[in-house]
Design a protein around this ligand. Structure first.
Ligand code: KMH
Ligand code: ZN
Length: 273
């Protein structure tokens, strides 16, 4: 099995300081959290920008600061969000891709998102895919429900995507596919050949689905964007605490954890050196 790639989803767009007092918000806080996670075993950080008051933003300058602050401190892969927050325009959402980060998320379809609708119309997402290709940014394909994986197959046939894909199953969003082993096993069975995959279990699904992914040869995303708890009723003290636990479980299961450069090699990214 390949070494385990751990992604730390540090901030997200929805979680507040009231829900998780250790939530990183400023570029400095995000960079500190990113490198603490890298130290604990993360090779990718998935980042969302916030204004100083915590409001989600896709402001390119804030993303520029986040990337620069992370690079000053450590060698982790920075993956920017193009999902942003529900209700943002496609133009806003795409802004950080022009900074040519190593990776960016690419949502593969529209999904109910709690009481909201997270809009990802195919024509707009095709533009996102083309922008990532033009800027040399590796997409991580976000799959919230099974039909989105059939879209991946269609896009591969049409040439909108090429080469081995890296897919993230986001499971347990109210309105999306359930955070269950059955859902994960089904999605895994439908992957295009040569794809790598990771799982982002939401809330209580984070730990069991992450553990299952380690056993199945997938990769794992943890962090406050998806889950603010260490265990039922106990908030996590930091993103790094969640990373350290999944790294520990992986090593106990005799699967080594990838460094950022090992993750780059697995994902077909340029080496950092
Ligand atoms: N905040 C969600 C509506 C992504 O980062 O690409 C979308 C999201 C996905 O977080
Ligand atoms: Zn996100």
């Amino acid at each position: 099995m390949d070494k385990l790639i751990i992604t730390a989803a540090l901030t997200g767009a929805e979680v507040t300081r009231a829900q998780q007092p250790a939530l990183p918000i400023t570029p400095q806080e995000i960079a500190d959290a990113a490198c603490e996670c890298a130290q604990a075993g993360a090779s990718i950080v998935h980042v969302h920008a916030r204004l100083p008051d915590g409001t989600p933003t896709q402001d390119k300058e804030i993303y520029r600061q986040i990337i620069a602050e992370v690079k000053k401190r450590c060698n982790v892969i920075v993956q920017v969000s193009t999902g942003g927050a529900v209700g943002m325009t496609p133009q806003e959402r795409l802004a950080p891709v022009t900074l040519k980060p190593e990776m960016a998320t690419l949502s593969m379809g529209t999904v109910n998102f709690g009481g909201d609708v997270f809009m990802n119309p195919p024509a707009e997402m095709e533009i996102f895919a083309a922008a990532m290709r033009d800027h040399g940014v590796k997409p991580e394909l976000e799959i919230f429900d099974s039909g989105m994986l059939t879209t991946v197959h269609r896009w591969l046939k049409k040439g909108l995507l090429s080469g081995p894909q890296h897919v993230d199953f986001v499971l347990g969003i109210p309105g999306g596919m359930a955070g269950t082993p059955e859902a994960l096993m089904y999605l895994r069975s439908q992957l295009p050949a040569q794809s790598s995959w990771t799982v982002a279990g939401i809330g209580p699904a984070q730990l069991p689905l992450g553990t299952l992914a380690i056993l199945l040869g997938g990769h794992v995303r943890v962090g406050f964007e998806d889950n603010v708890y260490y265990r039922k009723g106990e908030l996590a003290s930091s993103n790094a605490q969640l990373v350290a636990r999944i790294a520990r479980i992986s090593r106990e299961l005799e699967r080594d954890v990838a460094t950022p450069d090992e993750a780059r090699a697995l994902l077909g990214l340029k080496s950092s050196a």
